[in-house]
Design a protein around this ligand. Structure first.
Ligand SMILES: CC(C)(COP(=O)(O)OP(=O)(O)OC[C@H]1O[C@@H](n2cnc3c(N)ncnc32)[C@H](O)[C@@H]1OP(=O)(O)O)[C@@H](O)C(=O)NCCC(=O)NCCS
Length: 177
């Protein structure tokens, strides 16, 4: 898997030993989890399970998940990953999360722009993302990355419950060369 450098960030593969930083920075925070389809983790062992799952998928060849770190510090403070694929137009759907203390400093826009470019470089023609209608900050990231609103959809609010919510879907197509 590629390491992606941006002006302020390094996006790298997840590694053994990341669980404590993941738990501290995002998986344990109910405010971060509010519009995500998972519940906050109450115990480190839930995050360790998630990290083990990430490492297993990476070992099996899944290349599209990056831990976000600052350039000068290897601590995982967030994640950008591909959460779904659409075959007919080679579309990759991304999801993302970052520690609350780092919100509104432009970090996710910086990370997502770089991941979109990497996915185009890897042969994807379209990158999509979706956000809960009550989570406009995420939509703003999509807009700032050049993505366009393409429509509404419905999806499970949380993976573990049958409770649907409205989401806004954004896409960006690979520029014609
Ligand atoms: C959504 C999230 C990823 C944004 O990350 P970030 O690093 O703060 O994003 P950026 O700083 O690059 O951009 C945030 C933008 O949203 C704007 N914003 C913040 N709160 C907002 C609100 N309530 N309404 C509208 N815009 C808002 C900011 O002003 C900024 O836009 P600007 O640069 O034009 O001022 C982050 O808040 C997060 O991790 N949230 C929890 C997880 C989550 O919701 N993930 C997305 C699931 S779809």
């Amino acid at each position: 898997m590629s390491v992606i450098m941006t002006e302020r960030l390094k996006l790298r593969p997840f590694m053994e030993g990341d669980a404590e930083a993941m738990f501290r920075n995002w998986t344990s925070d109910a405010e971060v989890a509010r519009f995500c389809r998972w519940y906050r983790h109450k115990e480190l062992k839930s995050t360790q399970w998630l990290l083990n799952h990430y490492l297993k998928e990476a070992a099996e060849g899944f290349e599209y998940r990056w831990a976000i770190t600052m350039k000068d510090d290897d601590e995982a403070v967030g994640c950008v990953d591909v959460v779904g694929f659409r075959d007919h137009d080679r579309c990759a759907e991304i999801g993302y999360v970052i520690a609350r203390r780092l919100w509104n400093k432009g970090y996710m826009t910086e990370a997502v722009k770089a991941v979109i470019n990497e996915l185009f470089r890897c042969g994807y023609n379209v990158v999509s993302a979706r956000h809960h209608t009550d989570n406009p900050a995420s939509g703003r990231v999509m807009e700032k990355c050049g993505m366009h609103f393409v429509g509404m959809d419905r999806e499970l609010r949380k993976f573990s419950e049958y409770d649907m919510c409205d989401v806004m879907v954004y896409e960006i197509s690979r520029p014609k060369s």
